[in-house]
Design a binder for this molecule. Structure first.
Ligand SMILES: [Zn+2]
Length: 413
């Protein structure tokens, strides 16, 4: 049974992947099967990575957005829309929410992570830098004062948690120059050299960071560095052929990106709005009134809510569920986002070109952003090598990988 390496390049669009001339991605594409797959809604990293790790939509895993209202604790949760937004929500609280409580408290107990699922069958899982990491092994922090967390057996998180000493450089010293992907490359090389896992989740965030600044399909230098991190895995195995002899592979991203030419501060009367990037939520007792109010708001594209427990979609005064058929997996993604108990009662997908400012007024005008139901934000590249047909949704990765190990187990028995 081949171990599996799952590589997630944050924010990589299908068009950028398909045109990529970087050597590691080209080689994998030539050996594998490829499709464009759908993300979830909102197409924002904490939501998407949790869907990748749990195989579930937000109605099951309960992570609703980058920023949301915690009804029980009556406070905002902010996972890092920007440094300013995190400071506005309370920096220490924000760091704890993002690093610890997303997994320890916000992620539903009814969702099962891929690490929990595979380790329950005796397999070893490893994760590098992915923000959804919940597992059964307790890990102490590398700096005093931070809490212990529960993750997969082999767990590496931005130099803050390290299950093994790998000699990797500090992850956060020079973000703009790709220090996080360089850290991931060193840890990945260490793990492959020791063949120390059945599943390795190798998360590369630096591409998204560059693409927010430069705009979609422009961050070629950042993509080259992500490609170098994959080449480091090949080298650790003795070359690409040896690597693919040993491992099955998935390469994907968590969401796309689109070009930002307008920004807006979304408001909905007296009701609380949580907005970031290209998605917003409104916490309200009267969803229809809010949706109708937003008919006149240029930044509000498709607006969805539940009425008598039935999905409703509006756009500029038109009310028709067929609006959702124009976007990838639209009806399912909208409904399963709304049925998340932590979501607002009204969800707003931004008009193409628009971005909503976050708590600190930050935005990516002139660059790239994501979060909406629109195809540019919601389509991801999905490549599999040695695992059969690639899934049509990021929620299909966990079932694909668990099936791979089940069928291998059945053959061995
Ligand atoms: Zn992003």
């Amino acid at each position: 049974m081949k171990p599996v390496v799952l590589i997630v390049i944050d924010g990589l669009t299908p068009s950028m992947f398909e045109a990529a001339e970087t050597p590691a991605l080209r080689l994998l594409a030539e050996r594998g099967e490829y499709t464009r797959a759908a993300s979830v809604f909102p197409s924002l990293t904490p939501v998407c990575l949790t869907s990748i790790a749990t195989g579930a939509y937000p109605d099951v895993h309960w992570i609703p957005h980058l920023v949301w209202w915690h009804r029980d604790e009556e406070r905002l949760v902010e996972y890092g829309s920007s440094f300013g937004a995190m400071r506005a929500a309370g920096l220490a609280r924000g760091l704890r929410d993002t690093i610890v409580d997303l997994n320890a408290r916000h992620l539903s107990r009814d969702a099962e992570t891929i690490y929990e699922a595979l380790e329950a069958t005796g397999l070893t899982t490893a994760a590098i830098n992915i923000t959804c990491y919940r597992g059964t092994h307790r890990h102490l922090p590398t700096i005093p004062g931070a809490p212990a967390v529960f993750g997969p057996k082999r767990f590496f998180f931005y130099s803050l948690y390290e299950s093994d000493a790998t000699g990797a450089p500090l992850a956060f010293l020079n973000r703009g120059l790709g220090s996080i992907d360089a850290y991931a490359a060193t840890v990945g090389r260490w793990l492959v050299t020791r063949d120390g896992f059945d599943l390795l989740v190798h998360y590369l965030p630096d591409y998204d960071y560059a693409s927010h600044a430069q705009g979609p399909d422009a961050a070629h230098e950042a993509l080259r560095r992500s490609d170098d991190a994959i080449t480091a895995l090949f080298d650790a195995a003795g070359g690409p052929d040896e690597f693919l002899d040993r491992y099955a592979v998935v390469v994907c991203s968590d969401h796309g990106q689109s070009k930002i030419s307008n920004v807006a501060k979304l408001e909905a009367g007296d009701d609380l709005v949580t907005a970031s990037n290209r998605a917003a939520m409104v916490y309200t007792a009267d969803p229809r009134r809010v949706a109708t109010l937003l008919d006149r708001e240029p930044s509000a594209g498709t607006v969805v809510f539940l009425e008598d427990d039935v999905l409703v979609a509006r756009r500029d005064g038109d009310e028709d569920l067929a609006l959702l058929d124009a976007v990838p997996d639209g009806r399912t993604r909208a409904e399963r986002a709304l049925r998340n108990p932590n979501a607002g009662e009204v969800l707003v997908s931004a008009t193409p070109g628009f971005e909503f400012v976050d708590l600190a007024g930050r935005h990516h005008l002139g660059g790239g952003s994501h979060g909406s139901l629109e195809a540019a934000d919601s389509e991801v590249p999905m490549l599999t090598v040695g695992l059969g047909a690639p899934p049509a949704s990021i929620t299909g990765i966990k079932p694909l990988v668990t099936r791979h190990f089940r069928s291998a187990g059945a053959r061995a028995a």
